[in-house]
Design a protein around this ligand. Structure first.
Ligand code: GLA
Length: 348
């Protein structure tokens, strides 16, 4: 039978600004070419039948029977969560047959989860007779799929990038008010590559939620709503390791601004230096690197990277490296360029 709808959403690379999104800070992600596709057709009977083509797995469930407590684990929790959150937001869902396929590696820190959520929601909205939420509302809805249905207390970074990214640009996102400013990424002869550390990470099971709790604990000790309000002199009143966690967030926000200035000035060495400084901070202050990630960073540097850092939630995943002109990127790495987000693709 024919598919009625195909929705695609890309994964993302965060150029810089890691673990700042849930702290009211700044980040600078872009969408990559790899992503997740969901093909769909309506069917009667109020059930979702879904297959994950790459895993050779399938599942089915009734739309009347959706509850985060029984969401299960793995990719199926995302499908139940997408249906559950869309229904809660007032989208009238029909029964459907869905097929998921994609080429963003899972657990590699490239937001396969956000790509899956966004593609699922766009496909189900397209099948529905009701209009979907506004873009930033859809971003929040997709984030709730992770928070409520998979147990990962992640922020809005990945969903904004996957849905709203613009070709040839990174998005400067200010998480205080969700202001988004596209920043052109012109790299000349330099290239950005990602190298998988080989260590799979999962936000729900890693130390991610613990870092979030530490930031919340620092806020309550300092009497602020968000770490965006904190300045370096205030660190002295925090116990170890909260002082270092907060220092990472403060200095990372500054590095995002400096990277934007470097991009605008076509100063690629300065971009590389910011990537290195971000990595050192993530490793030493935020403590989310691992030996496998360090080995991947070293491989990139040895191959001629002028800056390299871990991307995404950490505790495994990928490294992003800025390769000098003519340098041969390490074996197994993949070049990434800022591509269109799902909304820009839909509008074409
Ligand atoms: C994961 C989360 C994001 C963000 C990054 C770290 O990708 O999903 O919300 O917190 O980690 O910057």
């Amino acid at each position: 039978m024919e598919w009625e709808v195909t929705a695609f959403a890309p994964g993302r690379v965060n150029l810089i600004g890691e673990h700042t999104d849930y702290n009211g800070g700044l980040a600078l992600p872009f969408a990559i070419q790899r992503g997740v596709s969901v093909r769909a057709r309506a069917q009667s009977g109020g059930r979702i039948e879904v297959s994950a083509a790459d895993q050779g797995e399938r599942e089915n469930f009734a739309l009347a029977d959706l509850d985060p407590a029984g969401a299960g684990t793995g990719w199926v929790a995302f499908v139940r969560g997408a249906a559950g959150e869309l229904a809660r937001s007032g989208v009238e869902l029909s029964g459907a047959v869905l097929e998921i396929s994609g080429d963003v590696p899972q657990g590699a820190g490239l937001s396969s989860s956000a790509a899956l959520e966004v593609a699922l929601c766009l496909a189900m909205i397209e099948l529905s007779a009701t209009p979907g939420p506004e873009p930033l509302e859809l971003v929040r809805l997709c984030s709730r799929i992770e928070n409520r249905w998979t147990g990962a207390q992640t922020g809005l970074l990945d969903q904004i990038a996957s849905l709203l990214a613009e070709e040839d640009h990174a998005l400067l996102i200010d998480f205080r008010d969700l202001a988004i400013t596209p920043v052109p990424v012109r790299l000349g002869e330099h290239r950005l590559v990602v190298l998988d550390s080989g260590e799979s990470h999962a936000n729900a099971a890693s130390g991610y939620n613990e870092r979030r709790r530490e930031c919340a604990a620092a806020c309550s000790r300092l009497g602020v709503d968000s770490l965006r309000e904190v300045t370096e002199p205030m660190l002295a009143s925090l116990p170890e390791p909260l002082d270092r966690r907060v220092r990472h967030v403060i200095t990372e926000n500054r590095r995002v601004k400096e990277t934007v200035a470097a991009l605008r000035g076509d100063d690629r060495s300065a971009v590389g230096a910011q990537l290195d400084a971000s990595h050192a901070s993530l490793r030493d202050d935020y403590e989310i690197s691992t030996p496998a990630v360090e080995a991947a960073v070293k491989r990139c540097r040895d191959a001629g990277a002028i800056g390299a850092r871990l991307v995404g939630g950490g505790f495994g995943g990928s490294v992003l490296a800025l390769m000098a002109p003519g340098a041969e990127a390490p074996e197994g790495s993949v070049e990434v360029r800022p591509g269109p987000g799902a909304a820009q693709l839909l509008a074409r």
